[in-house]
Design a protein around this ligand. Structure first.
Ligand code: GMT
Length: 373
């Protein structure tokens, strides 16, 4: 197949999944063209089946808001026409689904199928905003196939956006080889001083991630157990969190690591992963933690219960219930045997349900279905 993949190139999960999918499809023999406004952080262009096309958004003084959706649609038309793409698979509905459907119309009579994968905030925070709702609904309903990364997101899409199309659930995935490579490495333990336990969080530091709750859970755990918090990632809330840590004098016990392209190198060896999000359609970072045998303490929201099994590979608590999350964390840190069992169980679940081979096969089946008409 000749496949276009369009995504956001940032550190967010949707871009990571799209990039990993592009590389896996190319490795399996498909011709894959990645289209985005910058080269995605994880995209390694080492496969002759894989290429990258940059969407250039010209700046003109008239525009306070340069029309990215049009530049993307134009690039999709060009790439599809010159490479005779069979389909374009867009990740994150806003505005990618609309740009892809527009490209399909411009290209007619040359056929181009559109597959849209919904990732979360394109439905729960952005797509359902009244300023985007109509175009989001249209982009989704005009797609030839639609997938959601969890059952929870599938339901949310029907409730919040009001679409009637079939939506297949295709979960996010991990490449097991990446996690095998780091197994047994010291990883996060390199940051530990004098026997400290390591708590870890990875996110884009947006309000939805509730990073302050991460710090509050950590403060409570630290009252009972010597530990260090590693905060990986970057984003709009980071400055505020740093200020809070300075004021509360926890700076010495918290390390702001910044963005890391190979998260498994720091996840491995961590004692616990914290993800107290307000909402989370899947929680790719939680899956990556489980793949590294790190139990997850998270909130019982969205698609997280489809990834983290309460009492088996982590604990799920209510949003904002810092005390309960801290108690859950302490209970595991005080029982090393149980913590290890949770870690092993998490890794087994990641490999059984969310391995690359299985999920990429599901996407291929969907591509074949839409191409068969
Ligand atoms: O961060 C976002 O706003 C969007 C997106 C992203 O690119 O990281 O996050 C969503 O997609 C991920 C990949 O499918 C999911 O693992 C995240 O749970 C989801 N974020 C939310 O639902 C808040």
């Amino acid at each position: 197949m000749r496949i276009g993949i369009s995504c956001y190139p940032t550190w967010g999960g949707s871009g990571i999944v799209a990039t990993e999918l592009a590389m896996a499809l190319a490795a399996g023999g498909d011709e894959v063209h990645v289209v985005s406004y910058a080269q995605p952080s994880r995209l390694e262009l080492v496969d002759p089946n894989l290429s990258y096309h940059e969407v250039v958004v010209p700046h003109y003084p008239l525009f306070d808001y340069p029309p990215y959706s049009l530049a993307l649609a134009t690039k999709l038309v060009e790439v599809a026409r010159h490479n005779r793409l069979d389909l374009v698979h867009v990740h994150y509905a806003v505005p990618n689904a609309v740009s892809a459907v527009l490209a399909r119309q411009i290209l007619a009579p040359q056929p181009l199928k559109v597959v849209t994968t919904l990732h979360g905030t394109d439905i729960t925070l952005v797509g359902n905003d009244p300023n985007y709702l109509e175009t989001t609904r249209w982009g989704i309903s005009q797609s030839d196939a639609v997938t959601a990364v969890s059952e929870a997101l599938r339901k949310s899409t029907i409730e919040r956006i009001g679409v009637e199309n079939r939506i297949d659930v295709v979960p996010n995935f991990i490449d097991p080889r990446r996690f095998e490579r780091v197994r047994g490495n010291q990883g996060a333990q390199r940051w530990a001083r004098d026997g400290e336990r390591i708590l870890l969080h990875i996110s884009n530091f947006r309000p939805v991630k509730r990073v302050l709750d991460v710090v509050r859970v950590f403060e409570r755990v630290r009252e009972r157990i010597p530990c260090r918090l590693l905060l990986v990632g970057d984003g709009p809330e980071r400055a505020q969190i740093e200020r809070y840590c300075r004021e509360c004098d926890t700076c010495d016990a918290i390390t702001f690591v910044g963005n890391l392209p190979v998260v498994e190198e720091i996840l491995v060896g961590a004692d616990l992963f914290l993800l107290p999000s307000e909402t989370e359609s899947f929680g790719l970072a939680a899956l990556e933690a489980l793949s590294c045998e790190v139990p997850v303490i998270a909130t019982r929201v969205g698609g997280l219960p489809e990834v983290v099994v309460d009492g088996e590979n982590g604990f799920l608590r209510d949003v904002g219930d810092v005390e309960a999350m801290a108690e859950a964390a302490i209970s595991l840190l005080e029982n090393e045997e149980r913590r290890r069992e949770f870690g092993e169980s998490g890794r087994r679940r990641a490999l059984e349900l969310f391995s690359e081979a299985k999920v990429v096969a599901s996407y291929r089946e969907i591509y074949q279905r839409v191409l068969a008409g």
